[in-house]
Write a protein that binds this ligand. Structure first.
Ligand SMILES: NC(=O)c1ccc[n+]([C@@H]2O[C@H](COP(=O)([O-])OP(=O)(O)OC[C@H]3O[C@@H](n4cnc5c(N)ncnc54)[C@H](OP(=O)(O)O)[C@@H]3O)[C@@H](O)[C@H]2O)c1
Length: 243
């Protein structure tokens, strides 16, 4: 029987770490991102810009066509792809950029979760959705309006779906995870924002200079261990730093 992971943003950063971690542990991986990794890492890669809803639908359909419910023991979706967005106070951000970040960080996880639940409705295996959220869901950072709002939305999505699914026989279990400060391109772009656009920039420079960042591999391994130890209970919002 196969263990299946569908993950967004498996091309770099935390998503790449997670894809490698689950693959090492026997999962077949389907990664959805805009770019493909050339030298691979046995992951089935699907090119899709998650800001385009119609492409998400086609991609998920293509992936499910390759799956066999009678040969699947575990089906997991990780909503990982994310975009920090333009870092600036909201009146300085063009409407299209606001829209794009919300599309990638919130609408895509909503659409993916909807399609995942729909397509796997009659599947009898273990089914779960893990959404990579952020402490920004509960801490308002100036200049991160879309990022904070989208992560707060992801957490609420988790809570609503957990209620919808909890009384369904073999429903989908869902959690949100705050991964801590991870050494990825997203952190580099936060640190590189001009101070006049981002009041907290020094805090992020300090995290880096003080060696406080986790590697993607550390976080991926922690998430995997939480998963296999049964800690990812339906509806939980977990912060890696406090577990
Ligand atoms: N790094 C941190 O400190 C930190 C802290 C808290 C939460 N997080 C969360 O962790 C998750 C992973 O972030 P990261 O730090 O690993 O960021 P990253 O290194 O910038 O990677 C982002 C990933 O998302 C994909 N992606 C971005 N826009 C996309 C789009 N329009 N369509 C398809 N894929 C897209 C990228 O793939 P392509 O470029 O190939 O499309 C890439 O694989 C995000 O949800 C982020 O909010 C990160």
């Amino acid at each position: 029987m196969e263990k299946i992971l569908i993950i967004t943003g498996g091309s770099k950063g935390l998503g790449l770490g997670l894809a490698k971690q689950y693959h090492k542990n026997g999962y077949r991986i389907f990664s959805i991102s805009r770019s493909k990794i050339q030298k691979l890492y046995s992951v089935e890669q699907f090119q899709c810009d998650l800001s385009k809803t119609e492409l998400i639908e086609a991609t998920i359909e293509e992936i499910f066509l390759q799956l066999d419910q009678n040969n699947t023991a575990n089906l997991t979706l990780i909503n990982n792809a994310g975009d920090l967005g333009v870092v600036n106070t909201i009146e300085n951000i063009p409407p299209q950029k606001i829209s794009y970040t919300i599309q990638v960080n919130l609408i895509a996880p909503l659409v993916l979760s909807s399609l995942f639940i729909k397509h796997s409705k009659n599947w009898r295996c273990k089914k779960q959705i893990i959404s990579i959220s952020s402490g920004a869901a509960i801490n308002p950072y100036e200049s991160w309006a879309m990022y904070c709002a989208s992560k707060a939305g992801v957490d609420m999505m988790t809570k609503v779906i957990s209620k919808e699914q909890k009384d369904i026989p073999n429903g989908v279990s869902t959690v949100s995870i705050y991964p801590g400060i991870v050494d990825t391109d997203m952190q580099t772009s936060a640190r590189n924002t001009p101070k006049e656009n981002f009041k907290s920039v020094q805090r992020f420079i300090d995290f880096h200079e003080n060696g406080e960042l986790f590697t993607p591999e550390q976080v991926a391994s922690k998430i995997y261990n939480l998963d296999i130890s049964g800690e990812l209970k339906n509806g939980r919002i977990l912060d890696i730093r406090t577990i």
